[in-house]
Structures are given as C-alpha cells and as structure tokens.
Design a protein around this ligand. Structure first.
Ligand code: BJW
Length: 227
C-alpha cells in the first residue's frame, strides 16, 4: 500500500501548455465542457466531440512534461511502491517524465475504446473519420475517457490507496469534479495528512490541513525536495 498518494489535475500540465478546463470560463472554441464531455453530447454531436479530442491528441505531440511532472518521477525513484500518482489528466506527461505508478481515473487520450466489442487500442491518430476497431472491425471507436455520468476508472484501487495513505497531496485541481474532489475527505477520514498545491485557493482548500499557492512547476519540486 503506498504511503503517499498524489492526486493531479489539469493545473499540473498547464505550464506544459495544455489549457485547464475551468480557467477560461470552461469553454473550448465556444463549447461548454459539458457539451463535449458527456455521453449525451457524444450521441448528439459525435463529430464535434471527435474534433475536440483529435485536436487535443494532436496538440499532445507538441508539449513536454514540466518541472512538476519530473519532480514526481524523481520522487518515485526514491519512494518506489510507497508513491502512487492518481491523475485526472488524460495526457501522458507523467509517463513521459518517467513515472510508472500512475492511475488515470478519467482515461487516456492515447487510447480508443470500441463501443461494439468494448476493447481498447493504443491510438495516436484521429477518430473523426470513424476508423474500424482493429479487434472487431466495427466503426464505433470513441475516446477512452470518462465523461460526466460515467464511472471513473480504477476506483477500488484508488479508494484503497487513499484510505491507506499517510500523506495525500492534491496538485492543480479545482476540486469541482467528483469523485476526485472527495478523495481528500476520504484521506482525512482515514487519518492521512493532507496538502494542497494549487495556483490559487480552490473550492476544496478548506478541507486540507495545509495549502500552498503558486505554480506547480515551482511548488511540486520544492515539496519533493522537503521529503
Ligand atoms: C494551476 C496552474 C499551475 C492552473 N499550477 N495549479 C457529488 C456531488 C456533486 C456532483 C457529483 C457528485 N458525484 C458525482 C457527481 C457528478 C459529476 C460531477 O462531479 N459533477 C460536478 C461538475 C458537480 N461527476 C461524474 O459524473 C463522475 N462520475 C461519477 O461520479 O460516477 C459515479 C460513481 C463514482 C465513483 C464510483 C461509482 C460511481 C465522472 C466525472 C468525469 C469528469 N470528466 C472530465 C473529462 C475527462 C476527459 C477529458 O479530459 O476531456 O475530466 S471533466 C474535466 O474535469 C476532466 C478533468 O479531469 C476534471 C477535473 O478538472 P481539473 O483537473 O480539476 O481542472 P480544472 O480546470 O477544473 O482546474 C484546474 C486547477 O488548476 C485550477 O484550480 C487552477 O487554479 C489550477 N492551476 N494553472 C498549479 N500552473
């Protein structure tokens, strides 16, 4: 069981150039996040939703992990199994920085999920043209991400790890989306110390024992150096 669990959100990738969800009014080219991040939105406008994710998948090629991702990878070198990163992010910047103990609770941009056979495929190209599933041949691939109303991935492992942790650290998340936003309360209920590292106070700030405010690229390496 890991002694330290770090929950990351969009803010940790902001300094790599990936926009957060709620800082620019939660809009993507004029569309609300809910419009492009719900199963209903996908059923209504599949092309729009594919464009949204295809654009983000293409943009991922041009960005690099920043000092915060690298600091967490360095921490894993020191702590090994005693560190678990739980990320809400669908980018692969933790892995590209060198982290291996990462759970993607909201899925991954570089994975496609077949709605027909429910199998997953590593995916680097566009989905808007509705290519066939490599497993079953049916043209029903969707981004392998968790939309509102869907059940986040790995919840049992995440809840067990948070409940067993001595230290729970949240980095760059607004605390607006559940169940991720409730993990700090779970950690506290089981006796963990809790620390928030975020650019500005979030809705969740009062739930943490300690909160530090500033860019993740500064705060995370500072915190890792203290451990
Ligand atoms: C920096 C920085 C810098 C900037 N340095 N910081 C309880 C109460 C109320 C509602 C619910 C509830 N439980 C469930 C719900 C419903 C719903 C929900 O939460 N709704 C809310 C809007 C109220 N939740 C769900 O539907 C979830 N499913 C669910 O609950 O199923 C039931 C179930 C659960 C568990 C077990 C069994 C059953 C699913 C939620 C899926 C969310 N999906 C998305 C899209 C994923 C794909 C994609 O990426 O496109 O996930 S929405 C979007 O929000 C994305 C993110 O991961 C997620 C969180 O956003 P995040 O990371 O916090 O980003 P921002 O932009 O909000 O914040 C960035 C922060 O960084 C800010 O604070 C900045 O200040 C900071 N920052 N620059 C440090 N340089």
């Amino acid at each position: 069981m890991p002694r330290v669990v770090v929950l990351t959100g969009a803010g940790i990738s902001a300094e790599s150039g990936i926009p957060t969800f709620r800082d620019a009014d939660g809009l993507w080219e004029g569309h609300r996040v809910e419009e492009v991040a719900t199963p209903e939105g996908f059923d209504r406008q599949p092309e729009l939703v594919h464009w949204f994710y295809d654009a983000r998948r293409a943009a991922l090629r041009a960005v690099e992990p920043n000092a915060a991702h690298h600091a967490l990878a360095d921490l894993e070198q020191r702590l090994g199994d005693d560190l678990l990163v739980v990320t809400q992010n669908i980018d692969d910047l933790h892995e590209r920085a060198g982290s291996t103990r990462v759970l993607h609770m909201h899925g991954e941009l570089l994975s496609a999920l077949c709605r027909a056979c429910e199998r997953r495929t590593r995916w680097h190209d566009d989905l808007v043209d509705q290519p066939p599933c490599p497993h079953c041949g049916v043209c029903e691939l969707r981004p392998d991400v968790v939309w509102f109303g869907e059940i986040p991935y790995e919840m049992d492992r995440i809840q067990d790890a948070v409940a067993g942790a001595e230290l729970f650290v949240s980095v760059g998340t607004s605390g607006a989306v559940y169940p991720a936003a409730g993990l700090v309360q779970l950690a506290r209920a089981y006796g963990a110390r809790t620390l928030e590292l975020n650019l500005v106070p979030s809705v969740g700030t009062p739930m943490f024992h300690e909160a530090r405010h500033g860019p993740a690229g500064v705060l995370v390496p500072e915190w890792v150096a203290e451990i």
